[in-house]
Design a protein. Structure first.
Length: 239
């Protein structure tokens, strides 16, 4: 979110640049909390879904933030409509969310990105601390939580996070933004069985066929777009 929403590149360009960098991720969950009204047309996140990890305040933030990072537009549904918040919530109950994929023992020192995950915080901790700190900032500046701000204000907050202008003692703002953006992109591009990309709209948008196993009818058509819609691992289809 380094620029205002009006100057964000088209989603097709964004997804093409992202697809090669994103591993498909996992799932899991339990939990109880009150239900929160969802953004309009949020077909991908059912009002009956009970988050496994996030509490009500955190869940409202994830819904609002995902909606700003990948909003719906003329190219198709956005992150919330495709169930990306559910993907992120489920991820927090996997070994990934608990930091089980990395060596999580001190010393923790600043290191180059190519050396891998270096934070002493697990992804779960990053969200919990980050959301709490960001909402405290919004309350101080606007007397509202992040979810209650208008879109322009939300974009300004996310831009400040990305630039490292909203750091706290516990968590650099840039680290929180990177975690949120990375997981949002993963959820938007993952197989539907993991919670996000429920209609496979992102795959259809970029021409990714998904889990189709047989292309023999198309081998004699070089340099032509594949005509069939994507298929998920569970054989779900988007014609």
């Amino acid at each position: 979110m380094s620029q205002q929403h009006s100057s964000i590149p088209p989603r097709r360009s964004f997804l093409k640049k992202t697809l090669a960098l994103i591993p498909l991720a996992a799932a899991g969950g339990t939990g109880v909390l009150t239900m929160t009204p969802l953004p309009a047309s949020a077909a991908g996140v059912s009002s009956h879904y009970v988050p496994a990890y996030f509490n009500n305040e955190e869940w409202r933030f994830v819904l609002a933030a995902c909606d700003r990072l990948i909003p719906s537009d003329s190219n198709g549904p956005g992150a919330v409509e495709e169930g990306v918040p559910i993907f992120i919530d489920k991820q927090m109950e996997t070994p990934y969310g608990h930091g089980g994929l990395w060596y999580m023992h001190p010393p923790f020192v600043p290191s180059a990105p190519e050396l891998g995950y270096q934070s002493k915080l697990t992804p779960r901790d990053t969200y919990r601390i980050g959301i709490r700190g960001l909402n405290a900032h919004c309350q101080q500046q606007y007397q509202k939580a992040f979810v209650d701000l208008d879109h322009a204000q939300q974009d300004q907050i996310l831009t400040a996070l990305e630039k490292g202008e909203l750091d706290s003692e516990a968590l650099p703002g840039k680290a929180f933004f990177s975690q949120l953006l990375q997981n949002t992109k993963e959820g938007y591009l993952a197989d539907p069985q993991h919670g996000g990309n429920q209609s496979m709209a992102s795959w259809k948008l970029i021409g990714f066929p998904g889990a189709r196993a047989d292309y023999t009818d198309w081998v004699d058509h070089p340099n032509q777009a594949y005509p069939l819609g994507p298929v998920s691992i569970s054989s779900k289809r988007n014609a």
